[in-house]
Ligand binder design. Sequence first.
Ligand SMILES: [Zn+2]
Length: 433
Amino acid sequence: MPVLFENVTAVTMDPARPVLENAFVAVEGTKIASVGTVRPEGEFERVIDCAGKVMMPGLVNAHTHVPMALMRGYGGGCDLHTWLNDWIFPAEARLDDRCVAAGTALGLAEMIASGTTCIADMYMNTETVARTVLEAGVSANLSCGAVYFGDPADFSPETCNDCENHIRLFENWHGAGDGQILVDASIHAEYTSCPPAWAWVADFARAHGLGMHVHISETRSEHETCLEKYGATPIALLDRYGVWENGGHAAHCVWVSDGDIELMAQKNITAVHNPVSNLKLASGVARVPQLLKAGVNIALGTDGVASNNSHDLFEEIKLAAILHKGISGDPAAVSAFEALAMATVNGARALRRDAGVVSPGKIADLILLDFTAPNLFPCHDVLENLVFSARGNNVVMNMARGKIIYENGQFLTLDLEKIRAEAEGYALPHIFG
Ligand SMILES: [Zn+2]
């Protein structure tokens, strides 16, 4: 049923007309039907007055582990490898489907309320994640993040559970919800698997035309150990096994070399920048100015909430915009437009979504922010306010795939009370005792 937004100040992310004032944006089905300054003809089921509000494309969280919402604040003060081995892996060993469903719903509620409409998630029990995503209404690229700790000589698709998980996830969920869910092939990381697993996942992606989601060069020790062991960086090593034949999205890329950056530009590999998580785990800072200069597509992610500890992408947008200015001494290192592009159109491109731009024909992933809020007033420059002043709780409406799923503090697809009760009554005691 058609919906019309009127009196819109729209940050379109279309370089030809980045900001439209007093505009009309019409939505029909899952798509944006028209964008312009003249009221479109036709009947609308609902007309939404957007005076005092700013519209922008919904945010794309291009690297996360949404069920980890249950581990918010758990294991603070550690580096990545201590945190994973001493805190996270033991807690994850106690997860079951019901915990994963509860964590997914909780994480999605936080994301939806702070303006996210599309995610790339990597986690175990992935079919449970898929079911919850489908109900919540956001788009998601889901992957199971293959790990294999056995002897490489013993590897076979039968001995690697994640091969079976790839097949089942692809057969049951790729394209579900009329494309709401896409399945990506995925290797958790170079250091949690081995060459025959990489070759299998690469073949699987090639055979089915899938995207690829991998953690890459997050810490110095990961990057340098790989160089010592294989004589190649993680991204170049995986390239030898055909992992990037369909491009892909590489989370972190903190320690990538000049050669890696060149390879990423050539192979259409998106760098997913996770500045908060990288700083919290003391992993370092991604080489964003160099990646930008080389023409690498850069998207943003929160990573799991256990290492962030928030799903609010506006924090990542601001940090992506200021961090590299401070380090480089160049106030133009990342512009406000570039930071917003990372969280919208670049993320959509990485996840093969025709979204991230307020333009006719695009998927209607749209959010509204209340610009009468004290932290967004006055507004001398709407892009500056969105990047440096806005927070997730300024979002007053979230429309995903043409359907309003959150409005004025109300969730329309999720039951927050039920989610809290399930987390408190079942999932948290099950995991943490
Ligand atoms: Zn991650």
